[in-house]
Design a protein around this ligand. Sequence first.
Ligand code: HMG
Ligand code: MG
Length: 297
Amino acid sequence: MNTRISIIEVGPRDGLQNEKQTVSVETKIELIERLAAAGLKTVEAGAFVSPKWVPQMAASDEVLARIKRKGGVSYPVLAPNMKGYEGARAAKVDTIAIFGAASESFSKNNINATIDESLERFAPVIAAAKADGIRVRGYVSCVLGCPYEGKISASNVVRVAKALYAMGCYEISLGDTIGVGTAGETRKMIRAVACEVPMTALAGHFHDTYGQALANIYGALEEGVRTFDSSVSGLGGCPYAPGASGNVATEDVVYMLHGSGFDTGVDLDALIKTSIWISGQLGRAPASKVTLARAGQ
Ligand code: HMG
Ligand code: MG
């Protein structure tokens, strides 16, 4: 059995994008550098999106310009269109992420485009990235439920995941944006997508609104998924997904995986320290059960 798991740390982007208080560039830089020092090989570092839509990500260019990049670590950013792509390229990233959705209403609310329009918009971004030697990751949001439409059928997820993969995304991250899915639903959805996209190209992205994220990750693991997105301290929420709570906490994922015989390359103690530190910066308690348990010992 392949016991190596890739963790994609999304705290500095998905985790912070919904914060009401402005988080300083210095704090973002320190967070990213601490996460890389804790052994995370991919740290999503920002988003080149409209500052009117997501003000918290406005200084992503400055963050990317000032972080000390560690060898062997990738610092992807979101880039929804050519304008975002130009910003990402200028920031000298090796990977960008485009983000679509399995729900029409969410797509309209999140990126002001229907699903078909979004795919048209992504095509030149992917072509430009390919020409520049930049890898493109694809997100599909609302794979198990939508804040506007409720349940989402697996066939909608398959359609978008298949299209993004065919367009050249090396990996498709399947997002339970509002954290409503269960392990059984997760497994069914993954099985359906894996008929069209290789399992090795799938990632799971779970939010913990209903407390199901770890169970969903375990379900996805049992189906063969080996890449998961998570956010230090369980930071997060989506500005266009009312009710969405944080992403699953990286510490909790790492603890579960290490205890189950998987290897992540992440130093759990360093991660817990980072979780306590960023929670202090934001003036709140960590949302990670593991961090709370360790802090109380
Ligand atoms: P739009 O308003 O349709 O875009 O937004 P537009 O092309 O009509 O341009 C309107 C204005 O935005 C113009 O400025 C553009 O220059 C500017 P103005 O002339 O009015 O001053 N603009 C930009 N500025 C900076 N960067 C850009 C950019 N593009 C246009 N890239 C757009 C379309 C996609 C830009 C907008 O809807 C947007 O930025 N949406 C981002 C939403 C977002 O970031 N959501 C959170 C991330 S997704 C997520 O969290 C889910 C995920 O975690 C997975 C999961 O959990 O499921 C990934
Ligand atoms: Mg998310």
